[in-house]
Design a protein around this ligand. Structure first.
Ligand SMILES: [Zn+2]
Length: 202
């Protein structure tokens, strides 16, 4: 097998883990792994009770996202499966993928966040509907703060008094996560946390 990012042949070193089928196999080579900058940022907040971001948005990550999302290379969904599992494989929580607007999903052909969760075999629920196609990066802070909520809850959803974890690929302004957390809490969620693969604060 070759590295999905640089095509270099992956060294196959069967370890005791593989004998017991604990998945630690990487889809990328060690050099490519090292090009990502892991930071594991954790922050407490009041709308989003806890935010975890795993990597910074460096050049390697920019290229990865470009190939995965824009060139639609769906095989790349599993590159960070182990890292996402490390944050999300928890008992008594409900994982929710931040959805794309339906129109955007048609353009992009797949939901990149859902595919990442599926590749990591993390069960998630589809609770939110994105009602707005606007891009946060194009707005001023005042515009973002005065916006109508970007999400609604799907009509038949049953929101429980438990902890929900929102998952998104990239944290930029935080507006998306705050809006999603707000609708979940208004519907009865006790606590809403969030995990993003990348932190790209301006
Ligand atoms: Zn590589």
């Amino acid at each position: 097998m070759n590295c999905l990012l640089c095509e270099q042949k992956l060294a196959s070193t069967p370890s005791w883990q593989s004998l017991f089928a604990i998945e630690t196999t990487s889809l990328i080579c060690e050099n490519c792994s090292k090009s990502f900058n892991r930071v594991d940022i954790k922050e407490e907040g009041d709308v989003v009770d806890q935010l975890t971001s795993i990597y910074t948005y460096n050049e390697a990550m920019r290229e990865y996202l470009h190939q995965y999302k824009f060139l639609q290379d769906v095989a790349l969904a599993g590159v960070f499966a182990n890292e996402l599992r490390g944050e999300l494989a928890r008992k008594d929580v409900i994982v929710v993928a931040i959805p794309m607007h339906p129109q955007k999903k048609v353009e992009r052909t797949f939901s990149h966040v859902e595919e990442m969760l599926a590749a990591a075999r993390i069960p998630f629920v589809d609770l939110l509907i994105k009602t707005n196609t606007e891009v946060m990066g194009e707005k001023t802070k005042e515009e973002r703060l005065s916006m109508r909520n970007l999400f609604s809850i799907k009509p038949v959803s049953d929101i429980r008094k438990t902890t929900y974890i929102l998952v998104d690929d990239i944290y930029t302004t935080g507006t998306t996560l705050r809006h999603a957390a707000t609708v979940l809490k208004e519907a009865g969620a006790r606590r809403v946390e969030a995990v993003t693969l990348i932190r790209a604060e301006k």
